[in-house]
Design a binder for this molecule. Structure first.
Ligand code: ATP
Ligand code: NMN
Length: 255
């Protein structure tokens, strides 16, 4: 893989809680990016949202971070980063991307004394792309949820690696968006061939009903949930009454 562009993949989300499917996104994306012949995936970053996101049923970030770290304990390339989750308010995704790119570029510069943006092929300078599921790419078209210049920056400056989810039509979503179509060369669509309906929402639902989630989550995460009595009827009521948070998915979809 010499001569390929080093690539970091950043996944942003609630991770409430992290599931095997979340971790699988990284493996699927890495395979696909290697198949392009252009990239060498050198790292994956999981960035849980801060408590300020205000989404219904969101348990405290200290728990979501610990569960993510337990889950990824055996990965030799995906790590969990707490910068976003420690912010006092919700951080827009592009701001999190700028932070991580800045950190990665500074490390590269320190190591080599070189820095150039945008990185050119064979320069050896790493790039960062957002890793997400099809549902997130679809939210780009929800009016008022993402700033236009942010979408432009996410797909234009950084790039997107998007994994299929359910029956959503990835190609159609790109085709129907002018900005996504314009940056089509920087959007990598990954097909999950083992289609499933796993979501954190369904996992929380099973947990509060006392149903088994074994094989959907790592055992260490299940043990942590039990020890800390997370995901109960009460925890699901958290943030239910929040209606006026500007620019959160919950608020906008309720409007
Ligand atoms: N089954 C899945 N297939 C593809 N992408 C997924 C899947 N589950 C989660 N993702 C992606 O993982 C990232 C983080 O997801 P998030 O924490 O919001 O999980 P979620 O299961 O969608 O949560 P919730 O059910 O609480 O809304 C997002 O980019 C999301 O699209
Ligand atoms: N404008 C934005 O930057 C914007 C809007 C909506 C969601 N998001 C992000 O997408 C992810 C979605 O997570 P959920 O599906 O759990 O709500 C979160 O990381 C959230 O911060 C970003």
């Amino acid at each position: 893989m010499a001569g390929r562009i080093p690539l970091f993949l950043l996944a942003c989300g609630s991770f409430n809680p992290i599931t095997h499917q979340h971790m699988r996104l990284f493996e699927l994306a890495r395979d696909q990016m290697h198949q392009t012949g252009l990239y060498r995936v050198v790292g994956g970053i999981v960035s849980p949202v801060s408590d300020g996101y205000g989404k219904q049923g969101l348990v405290a970030s200290k728990h979501r971070l610990t569960m993510a770290r337990l889950a990824l304990h055996s990965s030799d390339w995906v790590t969990v980063d707490d910068w976003e989750s420690q912010q006092s308010d919700w951080t827009e995704t592009v701001v999190t991307m700028r932070y991580h790119y800045g950190r990665i570029a500074a490390q590269y510069q320190q190591r080599t004394g070189l820095s150039k943006y945008p990185p050119t092929e064979n320069s050896g300078e790493p790039v960062l792309k957002l890793l997400c599921g099809a549902d997130v790419m679809e939210t780009f078209k929800v009016s008022g949820l993402w700033r236009d210049d942010h979408i432009e920056e996410v797909v234009g400056r950084f790039g997107l690696v998007c994994v299929s989810r359910g029956t959503r039509q990835l190609d159609r979503t790109v085709h129907e968006s002018d900005v996504l179509s314009r940056h089509r060369q920087n959007i990598f669509l990954v097909r999950e061939w083992a289609q499933n309906e796993i979501s954190a929402t369904e996992v929380r639902r099973a947990l509060r009903r006392g149903n088994s989630v074994k094989y959907l989550l790592p055992d260490s995460v299940i043990d942590y949930i039990k020890e800390n009595n997370l995901y109960t009827q009460d925890s699901e009521m958290k943030n239910k009454e929040i209606k006026l948070r500007p620019l959160t998915k919950q608020t906008i979809l309720q409007d």
